[in-house]
Design a protein around this ligand. Sequence first.
Ligand SMILES: [Zn+2]
Ligand SMILES: [Zn+2]
Length: 261
Amino acid sequence: MIYRTDYHMHSSYSDGRSVPEDYIFPAISAGLSEIGFSEHLSLFNNSAGLNMNPAIIPTYISHLQDLQKSTKGIKIKIGLEVDYFEGKEEEIKSYLNPLPLDYIIGSVHYLGEKTVDVGPEFYEGKSIDRLFEAYFDSVVIAVSSGLFDIIAHCDLIRIYGYKPSLNLEPLYRKLAKTMKIHNVAFEVNTNGRNRPLADFYPDRQFLHVFRDEKVPVCVNSDAHMPSRVGQYFDEAYDLLRYIGFTEMAVFDKRVRRMVPF
Ligand SMILES: [Zn+2]
Ligand SMILES: [Zn+2]
């Protein structure tokens, strides 16, 4: 069996629809070897209202530890999807480091006070070129912070399909080089297919850049409901193989190893 993981899933601990237990059977049916939960945590801005209350993190972790013990046939990993806020690195680090997590997914959802996925109106009247530059700058800084093992949907700014006029290759190149330097993995996030963009993150045109720079990759569904666990994974792995990727990143207690696929 091919070893596959899905490390980016949201349960009712944050904005997912179901309790963690409900994700197990669909994951086994999808042929996955490991799944991991990655509830939203936003320590400095919760205006989107989708996040787990930090006070319940101990409950979340012990719930998943119990599930690890009682579940056969699939490994369960414990993660978080954490919003990056520039200038708050030390606070984020001291909050996260004591937690017994297998990996931390870093996300840039906010540009200023609003999230870039709040709605297409966020983009109206703004320069799409400048928004792309600002978004990529922010992700590069998040990668450089050393806080994260994986970066989520690294070009989420594409969500509504707005097309910039600038040459994007240098933005992807700089991002990929920074990820390699800081030992951070990127994800092929298949949930983009369910959003207005209707395609994966990152842009498939630039996947070769991540391959050239030898950035570790994960394939993740970003499922917010059990029926989407492992969704579109055959296509995502075919795409990665076609581009020339041969192995993927597996995490255990924040240590990465590479597994062939
Ligand atoms: Zn996200
Ligand atoms: Zn997510």
